[in-house]
Ligand binder design. Sequence first.
Ligand code: A4P
Ligand code: MG
Length: 171
Amino acid sequence: MARVLLAAAGTPHDPEDPHCPPRMCFLSIGSNVGHRLEHLRRAVLCLPDVFAVSSVYETEPLGGPQGQRDYLNAVVALLTALPARALLEVGQELEAAAGRARGVRWGPRTLDVDVLLVGDEQHQDDDLVVPHPRMWERRFVLEPLGELAPELLPEGWRDRVAGGVTRVARL
Ligand code: A4P
Ligand code: MG
């Protein structure tokens, strides 16, 4: 994995270029409503260019209304030329297909797909911020991401980032 990341690093992405080389991208997937594992499994089956999938972790809900069920979370690595906006759209289609209802922010959901990292792409738009602005404070992101790409994690992160996280399954 590290070698592929290095090969993909530093390649400027030009979405207009049909020969644009694939870059390593990371998505976070989560579910805390319905058959949680099945929602994650279907998402991974439908995602394009999947390169690797982390273990599944059961995680304490961070924020949102009290009394939510624990989440299942995982991280998926894609080796793809798709730009971040296309990955956001794919994620939103998968959320809709899982019957996700949008209510309160950080409320319970059948499926959440967050775009974490897309090569070295950066966005600061109203509807797309990449790298994901909250990923470095979330154990439910860093623990599975660390399985796939430990070199991306800041040193000593485990001492700084709290949150209950237990590895429970493979997809
Ligand atoms: N958006 C902007 N940037 C991105 C991005 N990089 N990836 C916009 C995905 N979406 C992005 O998202 C709200 C808006 O964010 C979208 O319109 C999109 O264009 P949403 O999915 O509709 O609502 P949300 O997920 O409730 O809000 P938000 O702020 O994205 O929350 P997060 O950061 O996704 O956190 N606890 C545990 N244990 N496990 C979880 O998975 N997830 C959340 C949601 C909170 N607590 C959690 C978990
Ligand atoms: Mg989200």
